[in-house]
Design a protein around this ligand. Structure first.
Ligand SMILES: [Zn+2]
Length: 153
């Protein structure tokens, strides 16, 4: 049986204590900074869940007992939204810590590296990725410094 087949009344009997135990086990062995970050993450995730429920309530989805599949789908969409945000942020980080100049893989000349944005399809939907691209004037080609592969231009 998948979680989508469970009815909401059935879920009321599930003991959610195991979720708390899971987070507590994870937090063992963390330093103060890591623990504060983990707590903030958990707080923000709960806040997101609250916003999700408020949105669903506004849409009248709790006027009658919903099938759990409805709840599962809405939660999954929220997760995908978070995933896309995290991917975009991490890509910006990769671009930010990249070198300002890179050697052309063809002629070896040092070239200025610029950042470029493009939309790519991730498993969780389209994301705007920031990437480093260098332009070699001698070879009249661009390349991705991180992969040494040809750029888009
Ligand atoms: Zn070159």
């Amino acid at each position: 049986m998948s979680i989508g087949e469970l009815s909401v009344p059935a879920l009321r009997y599930v003991n959610w204590r195991f979720v708390e135990d899971y987070f507590e086990r994870q937090e063992q062995g963390m330093d103060a900074n890591q623990q504060a970050r983990a707590e903030k993450k958990r707080r923000l995730l709960r806040e997101l869940a609250e916003l999700q429920v408020a949105e669903m309530a506004d849409a009248g989805q709790f006027d009658q007992t919903p099938h759990f599949g409805t709840i599962e789908r809405a939660a999954s969409e929220l997760g995908k939204e978070l995933s896309r945000e995290a991917q975009q942020r991490a890509a910006r980080e990769v671009a930010a810590v990249g070198e300002a100049r890179a050697a052309c893989p063809t002629c070896g000349a040092l070239c200025d590296v610029a950042t470029n944005c493009r939309i790519v399809n991730s498993i969780d939907g389209p994301v705007e990725l920031t990437e480093c691209v260098a332009d070699c004037r001698q070879c009249r080609r661009s390349f991705f410094p991180s992969t040494d592969s040809d750029g888009v231009g």
